[in-house]
Design a protein around this ligand. Structure first.
Ligand code: ADP
Ligand code: MG
Length: 365
């Protein structure tokens, strides 16, 4: 199943509707650029996505695009929601939402509510949910749940590795058990505070890093003695701004930072290009922390949704086109998501204990 891709436009009174046309099917989009000096340059594109959300509420976005994926995560399927787009286009609004209004809650708080209410409504399910929150900044991993950014383990203490099944994990990352929606939200806000403090201390910019909030689930049935536990994870990713660096814009440290972002997003593009072109044997996941961390999400065992956040204003058309070109490419990436189940270790232990007891009885006879 290919990666699912939807486009979300940022609401504006100055929507360039002569240039951007959302078709009636709410899936197709045409963008026309003003005629360039070069008469051979392409100036109109039409793409079909899995949804074009124009002036859509957080509720609509969650309900139409994200809820089915979270329902699958509860069944043992890995899930990833990625927000991609230029700075200011609405990635953080989509992923986290704003705190001004309850109905402006974003994907993460809604996914938490969805998850925990499902578990509450199904008391026959026994679940363990753990959360981790990591930022990738200048190709280094930062644990946003570690005590305080300044006291956090050095980035080198965290490292990415692949298990025997090819899934990636971050060694050394704090992964905290959360028993309710409130506990999970608490951790999320703690992580965001740490992020803000770190950015302040190190003079970083929040749009210059990628952040990944992950929920790790283990679910089993209390009633059926099927002997299996379903294991899945849900990555909720707010990517750094995708705008290309203009030489005159930035200098010094900021410039180095932009270069890293451009580089890590180019590596992401390279992975997407490799995966979307048939016959390419090698996918360069290991070129950057971002693509290595998201290996399962890109072309792997995961159900992935990319939300392309775009501006609708005239002055952003070029960035909008480049975001949509990337998004269209991502839609060609095939993923293969399966239900992940393991033999339940507790049941296994019980089985062994029973066998031992049997043996002892036999010996005593
Ligand atoms: P990004 O994370 O992509 O840089 P933000 O999510 O921070 O962009 O959005 C920039 C501003 O626009 C914020 O003030 C945000 O609240 C607002 N905004 C973005 N998308 C929407 C939307 N769909 N509805 C209302 N406000 C939005
Ligand atoms: Mg942001």
């Amino acid at each position: 199943m290919p990666i699912q891709v939807c486009v979300r436009t940022r609401p504006t009174a100055r929507f360039a509707d002569h240039a951007i046309q959302v078709h009636d099917d709410r899936k197709t989009l045409t963008v026309r650029l003003p005629k360039a000096d070069n008469p051979n340059a392409q100036d109109a594109w039409t793409w079909r996505f899995d949804g074009v959300l124009h002036n859509a509420s957080q509720e609509t976005l969650y309900h139409e695009q994200v809820a089915p994926l979270v329902a699958d995560v509860l069944r043992g399927v890995n899930g990833t929601v990625l927000c991609y787009g230029q700075t200011g286009a609405g990635k953080t609004f989509t992923q986290l939402g704003s705190t001004d209004h309850y109905h402006n809650r974003g994907v993460i708080p809604r996914a938490l509510a969805h998850l925990f209410s499902h578990l509450q409504e199904h008391p026959q399910l026994e679940a363990s949910v753990r959360a981790s929150y990591v930022e990738i900044h200048n190709d280094a991993l930062v644990d946003l749940l570690a005590a305080l950014p300044s006291e956090a383990p050095a980035a080198e203490a965290l490292h990415l590795f692949e298990d025997k099944a090819g899934a990636t994990h971050v060694k050394g990352l704090r992964c905290e058990e959360v028993r309710s929606e409130e506990e999970a939200l608490h951790l999320l806000f703690e992580g965001q505070n740490h992020r803000a403090v770190a950015h302040h201390q190190l003079n970083r910019h929040s749009t210059r890093g990628h952040s990944v909030f992950t929920l790790h689930l283990r679910v089993r049935s209390r009633v059926e003695s099927s002997g299996v536990v379903k294991v899945s994870k849900l990555h909720l990713v707010d990517l750094a701004g995708s705008e290309r660096l203009k030489k005159t814009d930035t200098m010094g440290e900021l410039r180095a930072e932009s270069m890293y972002i451009n580089r890590s997003l180019s590596y992401l593009e390279q992975v997407v290009v490799a995966l979307s072109s048939k016959g390419r044997a090698h996918t360069p996941y290991r070129q950057s922390k971002l693509t290595f961390l998201l290996k399962d999400s890109l072309g792997g065992n995961c159900k992935t949704l990319l939300i392309a956040n775009v501006y609708g204003e005239e002055q952003h058309l070029e960035e909008t086109v480049s975001t949509l070109q990337f998004a269209a490419r991502v839609r060609l990436v095939p993923n293969e998501a399966t239900v992940n189940q393991q033999e339940d270790p507790e049941l296994l232990l019980k089985k062994y204990a029973a066998q031992v007891a049997d043996l002892k009885r036999e010996l005593a006879m």
